[in-house]
Every structure is written in C-alpha cells, then in structure tokens.
Design a protein around this ligand. Sequence first.
Ligand code: CA
Length: 222
Amino acid sequence: MRILLVEDELGMAKALTAALARHDILVDHVSTLAMAAEAVLSGVHAAVILDRKLPDGDGLSLIPVLRRSQVGLPIIVLSALGTPDDRVAGLDNGADDYLAKPFSVDELLARIRAVMRRPTLVEDQIVSVGKLRFNLNERAAVIGEEPLTLTRRELLALELLVRRSGRTVARAALEEAVYGFDDEIASNTLDAHISRLRRKIAPANVEIHGIRGVGYLLRAIQ
Ligand code: CA
C-alpha cells in the first residue's frame, strides 16, 4: 500500500515514514498543501494522512481538492488541534477519521486499516486482461485460480499498468508509481522490474509491450 503523508514537521514525517515502512506501507511525504494537491494527481495513493497546520494553510481546505482528484480516497487528519470542536470540524469537512497528536503508530495503523475497510471501498473492483485478474481493492492478482506472487514494486507497477490496460503508460508515471519521492532511481531499474513482471505474468497470455523512449503498455495476446 502506498500513502501520501502531508506533514510539515520533518521529524514527525521521518518517524512515521520509517514506522509505516515496517508494515509494508510506502509513504510519499510532502510538506505543503500545494505539493499535496499535485502529488495526489498521480492517482497512486490508497489513502492520505493530512496534518492541519501547514505553511500554506489549514489541511482541511485540501479535502475537497483530494476528493475531486480521487473519489473515495480515504483521508485521515492528524493534528495537534485535538479539541472536540476541532475533531467535529475535521469530520464535517469530509475527513474519514481524525487523530489528535500525540498518537501511537499502532493506533494510526488501526485507523488506516479501518478507513480502508469502509463499505464504499470493499466492493470488488476487478480488472481482467487475458487470464490475469487484478483486484484493485485487495491489490492482488491471480492467473486463472493461481495467486500471483509479486514484490512490492512489481505490484505497484502492475497495478498502474492494469488500471490503464490497453493504453500506453509513460515511463515517468511508472517510475512515480513504483518509487517513493525520495528513492534514488538508477536509469535501468524500472526495466528490470518490468522484465521480471513480464516473466511472471506471461502464463496469463498478456504482454507488457515496451515503446522505446515512451513507456509501457499492458495488453492481452490475441
Ligand atoms: Ca504542522
């Protein structure tokens, strides 16, 4: 799972990123409303953790922007503003949950699991390409009845290719989906992930077609 963290306290952001990584959650960290509005356009995040007091305004003002770019995107507000009135304001502005600082990582993880379980999100969205079936809610793939075992980065790449199957996905978009904003990317590592992914999904009669200098396209082999 990949989430967007909007937080201007760097110490807090670092600690959270490390703590969530131990639970296989990849965190993209941004520190302003403007950066968050742009980051969410990538469409790769399963949830947003949003601070309130940010350098360019109240995090709550970002909620409508987030909702417009991705319907149903779970949003957890994390704030030092923790009075009942503050919480009500957060929830009334459309946050799915509101956690007052200080909080424990375990509690945050529980809240993340809870918002991901909301009924509007559990309706299975399954995309089929060839014999490959990708469940967008569970973020798992099967070929026929066989579960497909993928590394985290292979899964992130396949998810984006599946969401846009039959269309070319730009290399930059794939790199953005597969790597965190702070990851160093060697120029050929994306290709290495794609070649391993190709071998794994070949039995599904699908191919990842590379278009030199442009990107990749997932399609069924006729
Ligand atoms: Ca803050």
